[in-house]
Design a protein around this ligand. Structure first.
Ligand SMILES: [Mn+2]
Length: 323
């Protein structure tokens, strides 16, 4: 057994209370990984782990097995001291927002991640920057533990894999990805069902909102750069919740000449949240300069500037990278 698998197993066995954290604006990987681990802990260690998210669970992920387990971090006692806190897919601690203190206060902290920008903020850091998703890291740990993976857990891991590879099409899609997918399907996962649940359950207003944002795209540098922005008034016009913006940036990247696509979203007065995708340009240096993180071709950051200023700053930066 790998040292870290054994260490995690021991810590789970010793702990009386356990919390598992997902990152803010949760995606399929952080949520699927959280539930996969929490179901395994319940089934094989016979104890309950608190599955914690920041804010409400995005509607689309309510299909995940046992998704009713998720607790909003704001409903936790801020002074609670857990024996064990585990962060999954959390590139940096500030992505836990209100949960950062509870994580820090835990007696033992585990950081399981695949972001290359992760600095290793846990007592135990299980970080594999080459893993397609955190779900795949957990799968290997569960195999190390020699526990049989139940169908519910296989579904959670499949969701991690499906969403973080963009439906098996990003650069992180490797032979290992398909081997794992095959294993999970053997364990009872239905690829059709999971695909529909992840990608074909949008509310009508979300489809219209996304089309609106896409139609506002502005192209620069002979179509190499695609930018679109979302203001708070756009959000209220469509009654949009935060998850409405998910996946739009990928649509911008579908244009033939696009190298870099960006969606800029006004979150609160003076704050602009940015999602970036590229085809060949390494985005990490750009987002790190703006205090963000992520992967080579998919990254993000929040610029503490009004949207118009953030837009110009980011555009100039990307233009200089492409020159
Ligand atoms: Mn991930």
């Amino acid at each position: 057994m790998n040292d870290f698998s054994l260490e995690l197993k021991n810590k789970i066995s010793e702990a009386e209370n356990i919390v598992i954290f997902s990152h803010v604006s949760p995606d399929g990987d952080t949520l699927g990984s959280n539930l996969a681990l929490s179901i395994m802990i319940e089934k094989f260690f016979n104890k309950k782990a608190d599955s914690v998210i920041v804010g409400a669970l995005p509607n689309i992920y309510t299909f995940l097995p046992q998704s009713n387990k998720f607790i909003d971090v704001q409903s936790l006692d801020k002074n609670k001291v857990y024996d064990l806190a585990i962060a999954v897919d959390v590139a940096s601690k500030d992505r836990l927002v209100y949960g950062t203190n509870i994580f820090d206060n835990a007696k033992y902290k585990v950081n399981i991640d695949h972001h290359k920008t992760n600095v290793g903020y846990g007592d135990l850091n299980i970080i594999d920057g080459d893993a397609a998703c955190v779900g795949i890291i957990l799968y290997k740990i569960f195999k190390d533990w020699e526990f049989e993976i139940p169908k519910d857990v296989a579904r959670c891991i499949y969701t991690s894999l499906l969403t973080d590879t963009g439906g098996f099409k990003y650069e992180n899609t490797t032979p290992e990805t398909f081997m794992l997918a095959a294993d999970l399907v053997r364990l009872g996962v239905s690829p059709t069902y999971e695909f529909r649940a992840c990608y074909e359950t949008k509310p009508q207003s979300m489809v219209q909102f996304q089309a609106y944002v896409v139609s506002n795209t502005v192209f620069y540098n002979n179509g190499k750069i695609a930018f679109s922005k979302i203001t708070r008034s756009d959000m209220s016009k469509f009654n949009a919740t935060d998850d409405f913006t998910e996946g739009i940036v990928e649509v911008l990247r579908t244009s033939k000449n696009v190298e870099v696509a960006a969606i800029l979203k006004e979150t609160k007065e003076g704050f602009t949240k940015i999602s970036l995708r590229s085809k060949t340009l390494d985005l990490i240096p750009i987002v790190v300069d703006f205090g963000g993180g992520g992967h080579t071709f998919a990254a993000g950051c929040t610029i503490k500037k009004p949207i118009a200023i953030a837009y110009d700053k980011l555009l100039k930066r990307i233009q200089s990278e492409l020159e």
